[in-house]
Design a protein around this ligand. Structure first.
Ligand code: DGJ
Length: 726
């Protein structure tokens, strides 16, 4: 009876069209408060530590209510930066939105709050969504824009979300890089004025800036202290994250699809859904915000985020394009004997009329090169099976070369305006396929479908993308829709991935884009992992992996042991250091194993076995960053701890070596102060031991006082496993 009454109580306000004016949206530890009075503007009131209904009034009493438009539109308060600018068919540039309803939907996983708004004059609607997760402190927000007018409306700017950030000692941490040097951490004060992080690549969006940012509200970012808001735009295409300070106490933060050259015409009845902006809040510094993102990612935002990842050998740096059956056979056997679980055949295996001998031909001709592989892929798959491992393959489905059968047949399938001549990219011949064209979408889907149908045992696909959109334009899109290309490309990409995932839920797919060009939450719902960088050099990887760890979980971070001298930087470094760095992510090997010495083979075998035992902690544990390589203390250190805090793995690296150095102590974190832990040194180098192997030390000592590590030599490193002692 009680249940029934409760149900009725909930129903009645909905029927009458009434709702609570204060809309409180909460995760386990955070709350976002809106004010949504019927017939008025939707207001953003508060985002921070969790409050309950009874505390809502305290936010107002304490003067904390921000009360700024939650989704500002152009045309009314035009002096302020808007999230949405449209032009109605009659030429009117203005919007005046009023709240018309609030709906809540509850599931085991999340609460979805929808605030509906309608223009006061035009039949034009904007619904703002907030999806508050129940098992992580993340709220995703986005909008749904509906044109119910009789003629098309032009969307000129259409951010996913806006958030006011109070001025003060605010700092931002974000990632910037370049090919082979991606995801470098940038930390800077948020000054008054405008700060823009944006991308215009068209295809990949994480080589230079990233679509994620941490906003530290209490001064210089601290790893474990202070209030931090994290934001990650879940869109694989061009994006725009802008901070714009207005003449109030606030910086405005806008995040969404980059509207540059992307005016979107919305037909009558058409709905435009903006990508999600994932927001998190933590009062435990950037470390807390990172852990929030990681948890949310593992629990759904990364495809199969809780599934254990295999240890693999990728053929690229071992043989590059020189693929043939004997080499593949040798590599398969070698990785199997090292204890690996998967072999991935990279670029160079395909091509009919044109052989793929280097990067200047054949993309699009996804047939086996019978000269290189006379017995086909079946034989390779069988070789892997016989060696007790899985088989994976490289493709670059969104691309072609002017030297290819595909291009000869469909020259109009490429991105480029028909009145222009495309300037090719990689290899002097590479071109981007026009994904806005449904025939191209079908072609791309079929690449995967054919591979998986012909070779159902393929367990892993490396999906590469090595070109940007340079010559903008489409032969498919009508004249007035040319400006849809950047957006339609990525909508199509999502559609293709959804089809692939519906039919092939189990194949592991890596997002690679000339290295780290696709570390982004727009793609990760379809991909298990991303390739961090084409730079496999362990020292540089420490910096890059540190950067990606701000937003992405280790389970999605493909991290391989490269050769020495390294192919990108030429640096010579010990195998132990290379393993110790790669073992903080999804471990792989990216070299020719047959070139290893006997000693190296022995070391690698043990390291692979060790990784298997710590894999659950590394891939699913909570990350604590201890000493940043960016702090120039000559060392870097981090650790992973299980949620139960009974097991942890600690990593320390020497990043700069000189004589008579004074190194910092290593204070651990995330442990239980009251527990005792037995320390086991992993990947031991008999000449450079930590001296901690077998010691039992309390969490309190490890966290409050720390440990001393010798780290005497250049590229010295230590990996310590901690197990609770009862
Ligand atoms: C770029 C990728 O990042 C590399 O790992 C490799 O797959 C090459 N493409 C192959 O062409």
């Amino acid at each position: 009876m009680k249940k029934l009454l409760f149900g009725i109580a909930l129903l009645i306000p909905a029927l009458l069209g009434a709702w609570e004016k204060e809309v409180l949206i909460s995760t386990p530890n955070t709350s976002l408060l809106l004010s949504a009075p019927q017939g008025e503007e939707l207001k953003f009131v508060y985002y921070g530590d969790k409050i309950d209904e009874a505390q809502v009034s305290q936010i107002y009493d304490a003067g904390l209510a921000i009360n700024k438009a939650a989704y500002p539109v152009f045309g009314t308060e035009s002096v302020y930066e808007p999230a949405l600018i449209v032009q109605h068919a009659d030429g009117n540039m203005t919007l005046d939105m009023q709240v018309t309803g609030v709906e809540r939907e509850n599931t085991d996983q999340y609460e979805l709050v929808k605030v509906m708004m309608q223009d006061k004059v035009y039949p034009f609607g904007v619904d703002v969504y907030y999806k508050a997760f129940k098992n992580s402190d993340v709220i995703e927000t986005w909008t749904q824009i509906t044109n119910n007018e009789k003629k098309p409306v032009k969307l000129q700017k259409f951010a996913s979300a806006y958030m006011p950030v109070r001025q003060g000692d605010v700092w931002i941490s974000h990632l910037h890089g370049a090919w082979a040097n991606e995801s470098k951490l940038e930390v800077e004060p948020l000054k008054r004025g405008m700060k823009v992080l944006k991308n215009k690549d068209g295809v990949r969006n994480a080589h230079t800036d990233h679509a994620e940012v941490m906003i530290s509200l209490d001064g210089v970012p601290s790893e474990e202290n202070g209030r931090v808001i994290g934001a990650a735009l879940c869109w694989s295409g061009n994006y725009d994250l802008t901070f714009d300070t207005d003449d109030t106490n606030f910086h405005g933060f806008f995040a969404g699809i980059n509207p540059d050259a992307s005016q979107y015409s919305l037909a009558p009845g058409e709905v435009f859904v903006t990508p999600e902006l994932a927001l998190t809040y933590s009062d435990q510094g950037v470390g807390g915000a990172s852990r929030n993102f990681h948890k949310w990612a593992r629990n759904g935002k990364v495809y199969n985020g809780t599934k254990q990842r295999d240890i693999l050998l990728n053929s690229w740096e071992g043989v590059y394009f020189d693929i043939d059956e004997p080499r593949m056979d040798q590599m398969i056997k070698d990785i199997a004997s090292l204890g690996g679980e998967l072999f991935v055949m990279d670029d160079g295996w395909f091509g009919g009329k044109y052989q793929r001998l280097t990067d200047n031909s054949s993309l699009g001709d996804w047939v086996v090169d019978e000269k290189k592989l006379p017995n086909g892929i079946d034989t390779l798959v069988a070789m892997a099976r016989n060696s007790g491992i899985k088989f994976g393959i490289w493709i670059e489905p969104e691309m072609t070369n002017s030297v290819s059968e595909l291009y000869e047949k469909h020259p109009d399938w490429i991105v480029c305006h028909p009145k222009r001549t495309a300037r090719p990219g990689r290899g002097g011949t590479q071109l981007v396929l026009d994904l806005s064209n449904p025939e191209v979408q079908e072609f791309i889907y079929n690449i995967v479908d054919d591979l998986m149908t012909n070779y159902p045992e393929i367990a892993y696909i490396k999906w590469d993308a090595n070109m940007s959109i340079g010559d903008y334009g489409s032969s498919y899109l009508k004249g007035d829709k040319q400006s849809h290309l950047y957006i339609d490309y990525h909508r199509a990409f999502r559609k293709i991935m959804e089809r692939i995932r519906a039919k092939y839920p189990d194949v592991v797919i890596q997002a690679c884009a000339s290295g780290g060009g696709r570390a982004n939450y727009g793609l990760l719902p379809y991909f298990e992992e991303f390739w961090v960088s084409d730079n496999t050099e362990a020292l540089q990887r420490i910096y890059m992996q540190w950067g990606v760890s701000y937003f992405f979980p280790s389970v999605a971070m493909a991290s391989h042991v490269g050769s020495s001298p390294n192919h990108q930087t030429g640096r010579v470094m010990p195998l132990k250091f290379r393993f110790d760095v790669a073992m903080t992510g999804r471990l792989g090997i990216e070299m020719q194993p047959k070139n290893m010495t006997e000693q190296e083979v022995e070391f690698s075998k043990k390291a692979v076995e060790t990784y298997k035992s710590i894999r659950p902690v590394v891939q699913q544990g909570d990350l604590y960053r201890l000493i940043s390589p960016y702090d120039n203390k000559s060392v870097a250190s981090l650790m992973y701890v299980t949620p139960e805090k009974e097991r942890a793995v600690f990593f320390a690296y020497k990043t700069y070596h000189s004589y008579a150095q004074v190194l910092p102590r290593f204070k651990m974190n995330g442990l239980d102060a009251s527990k005792n832990y037995r320390i086991t040194e992993l990947n031991q180098d008999a000449d450079a031991l930590s001296g901690l192997d077998g010691k039992i030390i309390s969490g309190a000592v490890l966290m409050n006082e720390g440990i001393e590590l010798p780290l005497k030599n250049e590229y010295a490193s230590h990996v310590l496993e901690l197990n609770e002692v009862n």
